[in-house]
Design a protein around this ligand. Structure first.
Ligand code: SAM
Length: 321
């Protein structure tokens, strides 16, 4: 059978049950044996915890704090619905420190555990990361997954961001047309998706999901294709495109909720939050980038509200005629 062997044993009351091989059946599937298997024994387990949500003080909403995100004391426990971020890569960009791999992981773990504290039960943490080097290759994404699991996050999936031609490095070919040392050129990055404590977010009758049908079908796929952002267009060495936080916000939050980016850079997550009528809180250690992000956010807000302001002035003008 194409795609591997699959025997779905159908018991009318219990639904389908996947035996030894293959992918799960779609209708009324009894997955208990799989999830209770020893494969899951050592992984973090879902805890059904009471839903608690504490408000972020209004003076801290839609702000970027110029400080390290290792401590986010402005944010109460269980107050944030989604974290979207791309961490510093520790590769010698102007904001990077020269840490060993282990020191780098310890630093990031301090941030991830703060994220865990501030997320609401079921809140999601999405980390955009690219792997580094070739001799040998450093699978940063694998280390981050390990660290997040050790902190007790539940992993929900891994999105391959296909940057298509915009991401193709032209150097490091190794040996041309020879098996001596062909070198892979990464045209992808990862977006690792985790949740805190529970798989499901509380259903809110008074909060709207804003994702459209077409977006939902596209954004729930595990490969996303859109171009990277040009550093020189933004004025920051490593911005991600607004499309990246936009998709995660649409998929994982309700309107009016709060998104945190512990490494805010040029403010892309803030702009995506405003675009989708969510609030943001950001942390960014470099004062120049905080100023850049604030300037870009002001410009975005102006462009977004200008047509409405124009309509209002025209309307008032007519009324006063
Ligand atoms: C990869 S960039 C993020 C880019 C951002 N996603 C954007 O689209 O512009 C990482 C950012 O983390 C900032 N940073 C480094 N260490 C930090 C820390 N301890 N706390 C907060 N921000 C930090 C850097 O200055 C840099 O702007």
């Amino acid at each position: 059978m194409a795609g591997g062997l699959k025997w779905d044993l159908i018991d009318e009351k219990k639904g389908t049950k996947t035996s030894a091989f293959g992918s799960p059946g779609r209708i009324n599937h009894d997955s208990t044996p799989f999830y209770t298997s020893r494969l899951y024994e050592e992984l973090p387990k879902e805890q059904i915890i009471k839903y608690v949500e504490n408000p972020v003080p209004s003076e801290f909403l839609d702000k970027i704090f110029c400080k390290t995100s290792e401590r986010m004391e402005e944010l109460p426990d269980s107050s944030i619905h989604l974290m979207v971020t791309s961490p510093p890569y520790n590769v010698g960009k102007e904001y990077d420190e020269n840490l060993t791999l282990n020191e780098y992981r310890v630093f990031l773990k301090r941030v991830w555990s703060e994220v865990k504290r501030v997320l609401v039960p079921g809140g999601r943490a999405c980390i955009n990361i690219a792997n580094l080097g070739r001799k040998p290759y450093i699978p940063l994404h694998a280390f981050i997954v390990e660290d997040m699991l050790n902190l007790g996050f539940l992993m929900r999936g891994e999105i391959i961001w296909n940057k298509a031609s915009s991401g193709s490095p032209s150097t490091a070919w190794g040996s041309w047309l020879s098996a001596a040392n062909p070198t892979l050129r990464d045209i992808h990055e990862y977006i690792l998706v985790f949740s805190r404590g529970m798989f499901t977010r509380k259903k809110h009758t008074k909060r709207n999901s804003t994702v459209s049908r077409e977006e939902f079908l596209e954004f729930t796929k595990s490969v996303w294709t859109f171009p990277a952002e040009q550093a020189k267009n933004i004025g920051h060495p490593a911005p991600f495109p607004i499309e990246l936080p936009y998709r995660l916000i649409q998929l994982y939050t309700y309107e009016g909720e709060v998104v945190v980016d512990p490494f805010m850079g040029s403010g892309q997550t803030a702009i995506a939050s405003l675009k989708t009528k969510r609030h943001y809180v950001g942390y960014e250690i470099n004062e120049e980038y905080v100023k850049l992000a604030e300037k870009r956010i002001r410009r975005f807000t102006y462009v977004q509200t200008a047509p409405a302001l124009f309509d209002l002035i025209v309307k008032e003008g007519r009324e006063n005629m």
